[in-house]
Design a binder for this molecule. Structure first.
Ligand code: GLN
Length: 543
């Protein structure tokens, strides 16, 4: 029988429930259990694909094309376990399926209600992960206990555990134990109150994970255990990490959280093997090869979560090369005001990530031009590839007004155009070209050499593509079409002949990078940036 772990959060949002879920999953899988992860989000959007990154952070895309919460990125990066469409449900998705069933008459004669119809639908979303080859399902409930909108989810998990019994399901509550400077004390009251709210709903947490800035003392643990009705050993400290989020599983393992979980679930406790993880952390914390600075030029730079997977994948590229990657976050609109040289000078590589809409586009194109003309490694991702094509058309092929049809529908030179299959689409949600597609790599290209193979599968999220009318002309001028769809129709990667490292892809490689195995393009990009750094001052890239 598949066992279940439910993770809730209390006191404040942004506690790092996703990191806790991912860390627990890593530990359990390293003890030999087959784990799957799932997130239930209480908002009304059917998926986060229609939200701005400023609202929600990055939209993480799975191989099977689900647009999901960024916590699924942590799940995959920490564990290497793939997530799918069934790994993320929202209130919107739950309600829309109940309402469509109601319209079909499936509840004929009945009043359709939150309890039992919505809660039943939530329970069947949880149950959908049960399988013969899954030992443990970890379900994280988004939002904070006490929010109106998370109530049906909490009621559903209460019922679920009631049905499967204590030995088959447990509750972990992640809470905040704040430090009050004036009182010079950690405070347990917010956690007591949060657990109090859970108790009124009928949930008593089995394990309390306490996020804190300082060590919990014996007195804090005793107090939390007493007031929150949790065994003393099951009050777990999750202190702010010193260097990296990848330290969280190690900190939790030191307190045997995985052992307690397995004992509560009446499962055998095998050896924990984290050797490779420790080695990776050593390289991350004390990189042998110094530091390299890379600019990320985007338009959602103000919010750290907007480019979460990009930043993580750069860190992975650093681990693989034994170097610390320092990220210079550059707002593309600032480049429009101050110029690329002013804001990018001194960096060893430039990355332009994905994005939508016209704002900041000219700054991104200027960043591409700067990297191309200065021979600094350039890595373009999705919109960053489309900007590279626009820049090439304008500044190498002399088509000054070349543009993407996304930003200028009437442009004389639509070098990036709406994909044919997108032309008849009117709905915005879930209708982009999404998920994993194959890409064939051209012999002799940088991409072919960094991947070390001739065909790869990468995840996508876009509506526009390279306009094939320009392929021959651009080839003549030095653009290399290094990656194509297997039928040769869709341009997946462009490079730039004569440039030391210029790779721009239509897909999102950042979604498949992990700390233990950096994505080849990120590894290659960071390696190329290190070469830029090691040049003598006479070779100054911004000369
Ligand atoms: N806006 C572009 C498109 O839809 C790029 C998308 C992206 O960067 N994810 O094609």
């Amino acid at each position: 029988m598949t066992k279940h772990i439910f993770i809730t959060g209390g006191v404040v949002s942004s506690l790092g429930k996703g990191l806790t879920a991912a860390s627990v999953a890593l530990l359990l899988s390293r003890r030999g259990y087959r784990v799957r992860l799932q997130k239930l989000d209480p908002y009304l959007n059917v998926d986060p694909g229609t939200m701005s990154p400023y609202q929600h952070g990055e939209v993480y895309v799975t191989t099977d094309g689900a647009e999901t919460d960024l916590d699924l990125g942590h799940y995959e990066r920490f564990t290497g376990i793939d997530c799918f469409q069934d790994s993320n449900y929202t209130t919107g998705r739950i309600y829309s399926s109940v309402i469509s069933r109601e319209r079909k008459g499936e509840y004929l004669g009945k009043t359709v209600q939150v309890i039992p119809h919505i809660t039943d639908e939530i329970k069947s979303a949880i149950r959908s992960l049960d399988a013969d080859d899954v030992d443990i399902v970890i379900t994280e409930i988004g939002g904070t206990v006490g929010d109106i909108e998370s109530l049906p989810f909490l009621e559903a998990i209460r019922q679920y555990r009631q049905e499967i019994g204590k030995e088959n399901g447990l509750f972990i509550h992640v809470t905040l134990v704040p430090y009050l400077k004036a009182a010079r004390e950690l405070k347990t009251k917010p956690s007591q109150q949060s657990v109090g709210i859970l108790r009124t709903i009928g949930i008593i947490p089995d394990i309390l994970v306490c996020r804190c800035e300082r060590d919990l003392t014996k007195e804090h643990r005793d107090k939390l255990a007493l007031f929150c009705n949790v065994a003393r050993d099951l009050v777990i400290e999750e202190k702010d990490v010193d260097h990296s989020i990848y330290e969280v599983p190690v900190d939790l393992a030191k307190q045997d959280v995985d052992v307690y979980i397995l004992e509560l679930l009446k499962l055998h406790v095998d050896r924990l093997d984290l050797d490779d993880w420790h080695q990776m952390l050593d390289r991350l914390i004390s990189p042998p090869n110094g530091e390299v600075e890379i600019a990320v030029v985007g338009k959602y730079i103000g919010l750290q979560d907007s480019y979460k997977s990009i930043y993580e994948a750069l860190t992975h590229g650093g681990i693989a090369n034994g170097v610390k990657v320092k990220i210079r976050m550059v707002e593309s609109e600032d480049i429009e005001k101050s110029g690329a040289k002013e804001l990018l000078s001194g960096v060893a590589g430039v990355l332009v990530p994905g994005g939508f809409g016209h704002r900041g586009i000219e700054g991104k194109v200027a960043a591409v031009q700067y990297a191309r003309e200065s021979s600094i490694p350039y890595f373009g991702i999705c919109l960053g590839m489309q900007c590279a094509v626009m820049e090439f058309a304008r500044n190498v092929c002399g088509k000054e007004r070349a543009n993407s049809a996304e930003f200028d529908a009437d442009t004389e030179f639509p070098v990036i155009a709406l994909m044919d299959e997108q032309k008849k689409i009117t709905d915005m949600g879930g209708t982009m070209r999404l998920g994993g597609y194959a890409c064939k790599l051209a012999d002799g290209s940088i991409s072919r050499s960094v991947y070390g193979k001739s065909e790869v599968s990468e995840r996508h999220r876009h509506r526009y593509e390279f306009n094939n009318e320009y392929r021959d002309e651009f080839t003549e001028k030095g653009m290399v079409f290094a990656g194509l769809s297997p039928d040769g129709h869709l341009v997946e990667i462009v490079e730039n002949a004569g440039h030391p490292w210029f790779v721009a892809c239509q897909f999102h490689p950042e979604f498949q990078s992990t700390p233990l195995e950096a994505h080849p393009l990120f590894k290659g990009f960071v390696a190329a940036a290190m070469k830029t750094c090691s040049k003598t001052p006479g070779d100054e890239v911004d000369s």
